[in-house]
Ligand binder design. Structure first.
Ligand code: IMP
Ligand code: MG
Length: 179
């Protein structure tokens, strides 16, 4: 499918992201202090860069697992249907769990994932989202920890894509169509 031409305008620098990730990791480590092992669940694919940086700043014993849920096609609009494309490898019953998400937008993805994981009886279930677009929310849900609250812009970079492109940008930028 041909892509409309666009440019990416820088929004959050790699340096600002690194500083925020370090601060978030400090708060998360304090909140889970004393855990025997924290299971950090990355939501694929958008959180893969964030989770890699976050766990390296986390001064806690961690296990890393991944879950892939999909609500997006190759479009910038969300749908209410959320499919689980890849489930966790490990059990979470009785465990401390931290879900790591790239963006909370309408909130449907996080609501579905949270409901699914809560049904497995973890000891504690918290969420850390890098970005939050509260103006787009349709479900009343928020992450325990949020990196940055952003306006209603379509963003890419630092793991986040537009039609599977631009995940490798080291910063976060907004997409602006040029025609
Ligand atoms: P929600 O279910 O509407 O909250 O959508 C959350 C998911 O949509 C995120 O995990 C992203 O994968 C995707 N998404 C939302 N906003 C953006 C964006 O600005 N750029 C790229 N992906 C986005
Ligand atoms: Mg996502």
């Amino acid at each position: 499918m041909p892509q409309r031409p666009y440019v990416i305008e820088p929004m959050i620098s790699a340096k600002a992201i690194a500083a925020r990730v370090e601060a978030l990791a400090g708060e998360i480590a304090a909140a889970f202090a004393g855990t025997d092992k924290l299971i950090v669940v990355g939501l694929l694919r958008g959180s893969f860069v964030f989770i890699a940086d976050l766990v390296r700043e986390l001064d806690l014993p961690v296990e890393v697992d991944f879950l892939e849920a999909s609500s997006y096609g190759n479009a910038t609009r969300s749908s209410r249907e959320v499919r689980i494309l890849k489930d966790l490898r490990g059990e979470i019953a009785g465990r401390d769990v931290l879900v790591v998400e790239d963006i909370v937008d309408t909130g449907f993805t996080l609501w579905h994932v949270r409901t699914l994981l809560a049904a497995r009886s973890p000891k504690r279930l918290e969420v850390c989202a890098l970005l939050d677009k509260p103006s787009r929310r349709e479900v009343d849900i928020r992450a325990t920890w949020t990196g940055f609250v952003i306006p209603d812009e379509f963003v890419v970079g630092y793991g986040i894509d537009f039609a599977q492109r631009n995940r490798n940008l080291p910063y976060i930028g907004k997409v602006r169509f040029t025609e």
